[in-house]
Structures are given as structure tokens and as C-alpha cells.
Design a protein around this ligand. Structure first.
Ligand code: NAD
Length: 289
């Protein structure tokens, strides 16, 4: 014992993260509702857990990276969730992007059986997950954070302890607000360049040498120019993130006008059935105006 990790959620982010943990020498027990993803990980040396209780019983540290709060609640506190298999001394780390209130609820429930928890959402996208260079922003006790650091080091480069449980998710909302508004800047700039007949490839290159340089310009800008809207980061998940950010802001009586605008644009695309596309497809809102 000591080296066993249970890993739940093998999607765009979770799969490469699980692979990196295997590469770092951890024994992985994995769970997902997608059998193909499970088989893929089994071929790379992971054990497919028979159930969530089984995964909990056989792991010292349990990590989840799932779409949203309902899925995280289901796997933790749901009828066939982790709870029944957990025992004192284990550590649960949720790396999904969800609301801070759910992280606090899980923390309170697990604490009663001696299980500590961290909320540790990530930034860096699929490339960051693949190259183990994620930025990890964790909330929870210092002891739990220090216990998790070696695991985090196999997944990311910038590893930050933000404060109490839930503070990781607030930090992630900050990241999503800043990224959304930077993306909107790129989209508006590209829309103008296109209308004026200036080559987008040249615009991107010129801007990358100046103050406008950003990941939104280099990575998202490149996807927009190539019209490659394969995810990446699904628009439906980004919409969820901005809903979380707006709810957090409202709870402090704050209004965030730029975030609200981006949320409305994303909702427009979701209603047009484009939720599975990469969020760079946001350019289509302005193009269709
Ligand atoms: P994804 O949709 O690609 O993967 C989600 C995985 O969870 C899938 O394999 C799915 O089968 C599994 N799943 C769903 N419900 C489940 C359940 N009830 N039990 C077990 N497994 C279940 O999503 P993703 O892009 O990997 O994102 C995961 C989380 O990470 C989200 O909260 C997202 O906001 C966050 N995130 C994503 C990115 C990104 O660029 N993709 C970047 C940072 C953070």
C-alpha cells in the first residue's frame, strides 16, 4: 500500500493524466462508464475496478476528473458510490471543474469517516494533460496537500495550494473568466481582419510578437484559422464553467459583464447543437452576425 491510486474519469483530460501516473510508477485502478476508455487504460497496465466501492477499498488516494457536479456527487455520495468502500486515512482528490459548494459538501461527508479531501482543478487543457505540465490549483488542508504533492508532480508543473477546501474551484473560475475574455479578444480581432481582407495567418504571427501574445492567440487562434473545431475543450463544458463563475460572483453580489456576454454567446451555440465542438467555435457567433 502507499502506491495505489483509484482514478475515475478517463475522458480528454483524465486519460492522459492516468497514463502519466502509470508512467510515474503508480498502480492504477480505473473506473469510467465508457468501456473503450477502460480497455485502453487496461492495455497500458491499469486494473479495471469492478465497482466504485472496490476501487475505494483498494486505493490509498482516489482521484476523479468528471464533467460536472452531478457526476462527482454520484460517484462519491451516490447509491453505488465510493462512500461504501472508503475507510479512515484515505485521501480523495477531485480534479474536475465544479462548484465550490459541492466540494465542501463532499469534504464534510467524507470527514465524518476520517477521509480527507482536496479540490484540485486543473488548467492547461489536453496538451497540458498529455505533457504532464498542468497548472494544479488545490484547496484543502495543508497536510492533505502535502500528501498529494508527489502525485501532482506526475501530472503538472505549477502546483499551488490556494487555501481551504473550495478555494481551488474559485481559482479555476478566475482562470476560466480570464481565458474566456482573452479568447473573445482574439475572436473579435480575427473577425475584423477577415472582413478587411488581411491574412489571418499573418495577423496571428504579427500579434504573437507583441503585447497581444497569449495562449488564446497561439493555440485557440491556430484552431480558428484551421477551422479545426474538434475538442480540445468542449463548448458545453466551458458554458458550465462560466455558469459556475457567475454563480460564485453572484454569491458575493458581484456582476461580471464580460463573463455574462461570453456565457450568452456560448448558450447561443449550445442551443444550435454545437456543445460537443471545441470552444474556439465561438468565432461562429460573430461570423453569423
Ligand atoms: P470528457 O467529457 O472528455 O470526459 C469525461 C469522462 O467522464 C468521460 O470518459 C466519461 O465517460 C466519464 N464519465 C461521465 N460521467 C461519469 C460517471 N457518472 N461515472 C464515471 N465516469 C463518468 O471531459 P474532459 O474534457 O476530460 O473534462 C473533465 C473535467 O475537466 C471537466 O470538469 C472539465 O471542465 C475539466 N477540464 C477540462 C479541460 C479540457 O481542456 N478538456 C481543461 C481543464 C479542465
Amino acid at each position: 500500500m502507499g502506491n495505489n491510486i483509484g482514478f475515475i474519469g478517463l475522458g480528454i483530460m483524465g486519460k492522459p493524466m492516468a497514463v502519466n501516473l502509470i508512467r510515474a510508477g503508480y498502480q492504477l485502478s480505473v473506473y469510467d462508464i465508457n468501456q473503450d476508455a477502460l480497455n485502453d487504460l487496461a492495455q497500458r497496465g491499469a486494473v479495471i475496478a469492478k465497482s466504485l466501492q472496490d476501487l475505494a477499498a483498494n486505493s490509498d488516494i482516489i482521484i476523479s476528473i468528471l464533467p460536472d457536479s452531478p457526476q462527482v456527487k454520484e460517484v462519491t455520495m451516490g447509491k453505488d458510490g465510493l462512500l461504501a468502500g472508503l475507510s479512515s486515512g484515505k485521501l480523495f482528490i477531485d480534479m474536475s471543474t465544479i462548484d465550490a459548494a459541492t466540494e465542501i459538501e463532499i469534504h464534510e461527508t467524507f470527514r465524518q469517516i476520517g477521509v480527507d479531501t482536496l479540490d484540485a482543478p486543473v488548467s492547461g487543457g489536453q496538451p497540458g494533460a498529455e505533457s504532464a505540465s498542468l497548472s494544479i490549483m488545490a484547496g484543502g488542508s495543508k497536510a492533505a496537500f502535502e500528501r498529494a504533492v508527489p502525485v501532482f508532480q506526475a501530472l503538472g508543473k505549477r502546483i499551488s495550494h490556494m487555501g481551504d477546501i473550495g478555494s481551488g474551484q474559485i481559482t479555476k473560475s478566475c482562470s476560466q473568466i480570464a481565458t474566456a475574455l482573452a479568447t473573445q479578444g482574439v475572436i473579435e480581432a480575427f473577425t475584423l481582419a477577415k472582413k478587411a481582407g488581411v491574412d489571418l495567418v499573418k495577423v496571428r504571427e504579427a500579434l504573437l510578437g507583441g503585447f497581444a501574445e497569449s495562449k488564446a492567440l497561439s493555440i485557440t487562434g491556430d484552431k480558428i484559422i484551421r477551422e479545426d473545431f474538434s475538442p480540445g475543450f468542449k463548448l458545453k463544458l466551458y458554458t458550465k464553467d462560466l455558469r459556475i463563475a457567475q454563480n460564485a460572483a453572484s454569491s458575493y453580489s458581484l456582476s461580471l459583464p464580460g463573463t455574462q456576454l461570453m456565457f450568452q454567446e456560448m448558450e447561443t451555440l449550445l442551443q444550435a447543437g454545437k456543445g460537443e465542438l471545441d470552444f474556439s467555435a465561438l468565432i461562429q457567433v460573430l461570423e453569423n452576425n
